[in-house]
Design a protein around this ligand. Structure first.
Ligand code: FE
Length: 281
């Protein structure tokens, strides 16, 4: 018999301002550490006021983490210190492994007056914090869709669902990252590894999570077990599902840089000031 995971904790979004003045909803972040380990932060930047986003995220460094941008609407133009430049649009995903260091900018551009998506930060363990920076940029059309027509439609960004493996590969946390849409009356059942952190953030409708009825802008963190069940008895439901292996190391976090010790943080910011932050390749 599978051990079904119960909801251990529910967090709610709170409004915050980031970058050069972008208003967004933070699902979890700094003050929730280490609850979602290996995940550090989740931001929801959907907006019906796209003008809120135009200031964007001008040049800034990252080290020691991965940032995952999942786009729903609009476009984000990006450029960085290792020579990448481009733009990601509706349905696309960018999985950026900052590793030893990237300096980049991320500038939102509304399309047809719409702008929105999510950014998830995944921590790197001590053994990988200084790994070579890397991008995996996935177009919407290259993200497999599993279960279409069954009432439970799953876009498999990373990990495995019904034998289908998502296009984002070789991530230290061994994550599942899905975008799940459910019709009224459907049930999502998914096997997960015991000990891994498992969470679901509702981005539309409402659903039944164990004994709890949850709705948009709420995020469920599951307790341990080897199976997750989520129902949508009354309405449609859409959520981001993410799981990963916890790191369980000390966290020293300042802004866009997350290391293990204060000394490593200070070193990173000193290198940034002195222009030696980005390693030669
Ligand atoms: Fe960034």
């Amino acid at each position: 018999m599978p051990q079904i995971r119960e909801v251990a904790r529910v967090v709610e979004v709170r409004e915050t301002v980031e970058g050069a003045g972008v208003r967004l909803r933070r699902v979890f972040g700094h003050r929730d550490v280490p609850l979602f380990d290996p995940f550090l932060m989740l931001d929801d930047f959907r907006s019906d006021r796209p003008e809120d986003h135009l200031a964007g995220f001008p040049w800034h460094p990252h080290r020691g983490i991965e940032t995952v941008t999942i786009m729903l609407d609009g476009r984000v133009e990006h450029g960085d210190s290792i020579g990448n430049a481009g733009s990601i649009g509706a349905g696309d995903v960018q999985w950026m492994t900052a590793g030893s260091g990237i300096v980049h900018q991320e500038m939102p551009k509304p399309v047809d007056g719409k702008m929105g998506g999510f950014q998830l930060w995944v921590n790197l363990p001590r053994s990988h914090k200084m790994m070579e920076p890397r991008y995996q940029e996935i177009r919407a059309a290259d993200i497999p869709v599993v279960g279409e027509g069954t009432g439970v439609t799953v876009r498999v960004i990373a990990g495995r669902r019904e034998g289908i493996v998502g296009p984002v590969r070789e991530i230290v946390a061994e994550p599942d990252v899905f975008d799940v849409t459910m019709a009224p009356g459907a049930v999502f059942v998914h096997g997960v590894r015991p000990g891994h952190t498992v969470s679901a953030y509702i981005i539309g409708g409402s659903g039944r999570f164990g004994a709890l009825d949850l709705r948009e802008y709420q995020c469920a963190l599951f307790g341990d077990g080897d199976e997750v069940r989520i129902g949508s008895p009354l309405s449609s439901l859409r959520f981001l599902f993410f799981s990963g292996r916890p790191i369980r190391e000390p966290i020293a976090w300042s802004g866009p840089i997350v290391m293990n010790t204060r000394e490593e943080l200070e070193e990173a910011f000193r290198e940034y000031r002195e222009g030696t932050f980005v390693r030669a390749r």
